[in-house]
Design a binder for this molecule. Sequence first.
Ligand code: F6R
Length: 602
Amino acid sequence: MCGIIARIGHGDAADTLLSGLENLEYRGYDSAGIAVQNGSGVKVHKCSGEVSDLKSTLSGRPNGNMGIGHTRWSTHGPPTDENAHPHTDTVGDVAVVHNGVIDNYDELRAELKAKGHEFESDTDTEVIPHLIDEYREKTGDTELAVQRAVDTLEGSYAIAAIVDGEEAVYAARKGSPLVLGLDDEEWFLASDVPAFLDHTEDVIYLEDGDLVVLEPDSYRITDLEGQPVDRSVDTVDWDPEDAGKGEYDHYMLKEINTQPTALSNTIEGRIEDGDVDFEDLSAGSFADVDTVQFVACGTSYHAAMYGGQLLRAAGVPTEVLRASEYETTSGPVDENTLVVAVTQSGETADTLDAVRTATSRGARSLAVTNVVGSTAAREADDAIYIRAGPEVGVAATKTYSSQAVTLALLTQQLAADVPDATPAADRAAMLEALESLPEHVETVLETSQAEALARETLDSKSYFFIGSRLGHSVALEGALKFKEITYEHAEGFASGELKHGPLALVTEETPVIAVLTGSGDEKTKTNAIEANSRGAPIIAVGSDGHPLSDVADAQLSIPETHPVWAGLLANVQLQLLSYHAANLLERPIDKPRNLAKSVTVE
Ligand code: F6R
């Protein structure tokens, strides 16, 4: 986790660093800091709290044309001022920001202390500026010192460093993302593109082992031996507007409301004459696949459940596995196994690990991700982009919808390619209904009564979400979103499971939110009624005429559609319910406590 940024060019860097950090806060918001070079030493400004707290501690803006910045999600040491980045060497000549985890920091710290280096924080990062300082002393050359320093590190890192008196930013990556942004008059480095999207769309996705030196009028990329490496320049097609909050109070609300556009982009050009067409993955691409494993975490896991169910229905042997438990839950894997990493960020450590384990056993890999150039996209044999645009709110919303649709389309291609699989009998109707999905989402957004319902149910003790078949994964996702941003207790269950234990908790203070998709609804009805008999209010989420119409205390309506897409419309209602409940409770919706969007540690 953590977000890093660096900038060098003409004119002052501080404002650019601070606004870049604001766009990276989804990666962590425990503390923030910047360091700039202003010709009279490296000046560090940092504090615990958010970037807004850092800004309020600055009287004016420190000047200097180059600098580095950091927003933290704590791993080593609590979120104090001392543990905030940038960290420096003993005299403060070298300042470093870091995203990742240094596994051998304990022994490095002991060695450096024995040589007289003084430490101020509990972090693993602090060894890095001391190491650079140590090697500068030995070699008299900062670039060489950075090479040697990173060569000594075990673990993962994306780092950026500035050094007193030098017109340069030094950076390196291994296992943590780092993107170089190229503008006419300035260069940027950041953990993710939104940090500098206001300035440039031209980027280089750096690779593990790359070392970068930025100078005001040039940049160079080398390997750790100092040999130049060639990296291509990509153009990002995200609109800078997409990275901002626009007219909305929260990113999450914006992202919920822009789902019609996100979904249109996800679908665009991918259905040709009733067939699915995934750009580089032409018909027959999966002819050698006999088993599919989806690996994912959190919300992406729920999207994977959705896709997995559709794929199983098409007759393809499929496992949907929690990436963090892959080692012990995976069935046999060979070269005919396709492991599909479902990951919005493409950087989730657990998911990357699961894919690496599967590929080391011979599996072929496919990344389904939102982020071009992400680690998952680069490491997998193939990548399919969900094209949802940047998602900044920590709670995943539009990316869930775009993932589920992408996976449903993938299912259709796999069903056509994999021997013995059968595409859905009503595939034409299903794909036709998909074309109307963005419009149906728009209808939900315009007519939703979720805010009023959130107000009415706000005093509840606990919220239970139930659903069957495709509705099961939607119920799990609804509960995850609810607890994540409201801090209220919420659980999701397969409808039939309610009576196998959770029913003991049901009272008139535990609303049961029943997801009805037009398939498996009878089971949901029976179990909802059982809860209702014990006093639980029932909230039905479904289209008119659903089986709980006569029983439910409240409804969240969705337009009539194909059963494959109904769950996604129900989910939009659940996103709105969570959002409004959290808003009424005055929670920090875009930055829920203890969480970060991109979980790059295990
Ligand atoms: C919840 C949420 C998380 C992520 C999970 C995986 O709203 O966003 O549960 O879904 O951390 O992240 P990705 O998709 O980036 O692998």
